[in-house]
Design a protein. Structure first.
Lengths: 103, 289
C-alpha cells in the first residue's frame, strides 16, 4: 500500500519566494531573474533592492514560461516577454468569448 | 506498464541529432500550442511534446531513456524494466516508471562522487479543482510515483493561476541533500455556469419576463449556497446584481473576498398550450411590438 501523507499547500501570496527560490523553481541562475527584473520583464514586490524582492504566483508562472520560451526557441528575452504577454491576452479574450457564448 | 516512445512523439528517428530533435520539437510545439491551435487535443499533445523533449533534449536523460531499450519497445507495448533498474516496479504505472526515470538519472549523476550532494529538483504540476473547492477549501489526493501518494490540503480562497508550495515534496536530494519543493498551479474545472476573474465570480441567472418586469424575490443557487435576491422591477437582460463579498473568499488573513455578480438573462417560456398562447396574444395586443 502506498504511504499517504497530508500536506498543506501554501499559496505564494502568503509565503512569497526569495530571489534564490524563484531562480531554483525555474531552473535558472539568480542572475537570470535579476536581469529580467532590471529590464521590467519581471516585477516582484516589497523588496528595497532587486536581491531582496519577494515573488508570488504571478511571478513564478511568468518566469517559468519566459525561461521555457527562451530555452526551447533560443528566444531573445524581450521577444519571449512579448510572446508571454500576447498569450495572456489571447487567454483573457478566449475566456470572455466563452462567457459571452461566442466560442 | 506501457512504454512511451518519445522518438515517435517527436516524429524523429532514434539516431536523430540534438539539432534534429530541437527542430522537430519547435515545429510541433508551435503547431499544438494551446493558445493558438485549433486542434481538439492541443493541450494533451503539448504535454506529450514537453515530456518527450524534456527527456530527449537532455543528453543525460536521453542516454538513460535509451538504455531502457528504446529499440525493443513500441509505444503502448507492455514494458518490463531491466533488472538493474532498481527493482520493485511490478504493478507500477507508466507514470510511476517515467517519473523514476529522472531519479535514475539523478543516481547516475550522483554516482560521480560519494560526497556529491545535490538538492532534489522542484516539481511543477497543475491541479484542477471545482469553484466550490475555492470557496470552502478541499483535500485532493495526488500520485508522485510509486509508493508515494500525497493528500494535499487546499486552503480556502485560492484562485486560478495561484501557486501552492509544498516544501520538501519535490524530488529527493542526493547523498543527504534536502528534497526539492512541489508547486501546484491551481486551475478551475470548466463550468458553464460561472466565469471567474480574480476573486470575482460571474453567474448567469435565467428569469422569466414577468420577473424582469415586475421584480421580486428569487432564490438562486450560488457557489456558496442558495441565496434569495431581489430583482429590481423593469430589469433588462444583461443587468448585473452585485452580491458583495460572495465571490471567492479572502485567502488567509489578508486581502478581501471577491464579489458575486448575477447576470440576468430573460427567457420566454414556450407558447405550447392554448392558455399560454392566449396570454402571449393578450400581451401582444396590449403592449404592441
Amino acid at each position: 500500500m502506498p504511504k499517504e501523507e497530508i500536506v498543506e499547500g501554501v499559496p505564494l501570496e502568503l509565503q512569497a519566494l526569495t530571489l534564490d527560490e524563484l531562480a531554483r523553481a525555474c531552473a535558472v541562475e539568480p542572475e537570470w531573474v535579476v536581469q529580467r527584473v532590471r529590464r521590467g520583464i519581471l516585477i516582484g514586490a516589497e523588496g528595497t533592492t532587486v536581491e531582496t524582492l519577494q515573488f508570488t504566483s504571478v511571478d513564478l508562472g511568468r518566469a517559468r514560461r519566459l525561461a521555457q520560451l527562451e530555452r526551447d526557441f533560443d528566444a531573445d528575452e524581450d521577444l519571449a516577454a512579448l510572446v508571454v504577454d500576447l498569450c495572456d491576452e489571447v487567454r483573457r479574450l478566449k475566456t470572455r468569448l466563452r462567457a459571452a457564448g461566442v466560442a | 506498464m506501457e512504454y512511451k516512445d518519445y522518438y515517435a512523439t517527436l516524429g524523429v528517428a532514434k539516431t536523430a541529432s540534438e539539432d534534429e530533435i530541437k527542430k522537430a520539437y519547435r515545429k510541433l510545439v508551435r503547431k499544438y500550442h494551446p493558445d493558438v491551435s485549433k486542434e481538439a487535443d492541443a493541450d494533451a499533445r503539448t504535454k506529450e511534446l514537453n515530456e518527450a523533449y524534456g527527456v530527449l533534449g537532455d543528453a543525460e536523460k536521453r542516454a538513460a531513456y535509451d538504455s531502457l531499450g528504446s529499440g525493443q519497445y513500441r509505444a503502448g507495448q507492455e514494458f518490463h524494466p531491466p533488472p538493474d533498474w532498481g527493482g520493485g516496479f511490478e504493478g507500477g504505472s507508466a507514470e510511476d516508471f517515467f517519473a523514476d526515470l529522472f531519479a535514475h538519472v539523478g543516481r547516475q549523476r550522483g554516482g560521480r562522487s560519494q560526497s556529491f550532494r545535490m538538492r532534489g529538483e522542484d516539481i511543477h504540476a497543475v491541479l484542477e479543482i471545482g469553484l466550490q473547492d475555492a470557496y470552502s477549501g478541499a483535500q485532493r489526493e495526488i500520485s508522485l510515483g510509486r509508493e508515494r501518494n500525497l493528500k494535499v490540503s487546499i486552503p480556502q480562497g485560492v484562485t486560478a493561476g495561484q501557486q501552492l508550495r509544498l516544501s520538501g515534496q519535490g524530488q529527493p536530494g542526493m547523498n543527504g541533500a534536502e528534497a526539492g519543493d512541489l508547486y501546484l498551479e491551481i486551475a478551475f474545472q470548466a463550468d458553464d455556469r460561472y466565469r471567474v476573474e480574480g476573486r470575482d465570480v460571474y453567474e448567469r441567472v435565467a428569469i422569466p419576463p414577468w420577473s424582469a418586469a415586475l421584480g421580486g424575490e428569487r432564490e438562486v443557487a450560488t457557489p456558496s449556497g442558495r441565496v434569495t435576491v431581489t430583482v429590481p422591477p423593469n430589469s433588462q437582460g444583461g443587468r448585473k446584481l452585485r452580491l458583495k463579498g460572495r465571490g471567492i473568499p479572502a485567502s488567509g488573513n489578508s486581502g478581501t473576498a471577491g464579489d458575486l455578480y448575477l447576470i440576468l438573462e430573460i427567457f420566454a417560456p414556450p407558447a405550447d398550450t392554448p392558455e399560454r398562447r392566449a396570454l402571449y396574444e393578450q400581451m401582444q395586443r396590449e403592449m404592441g411590438g
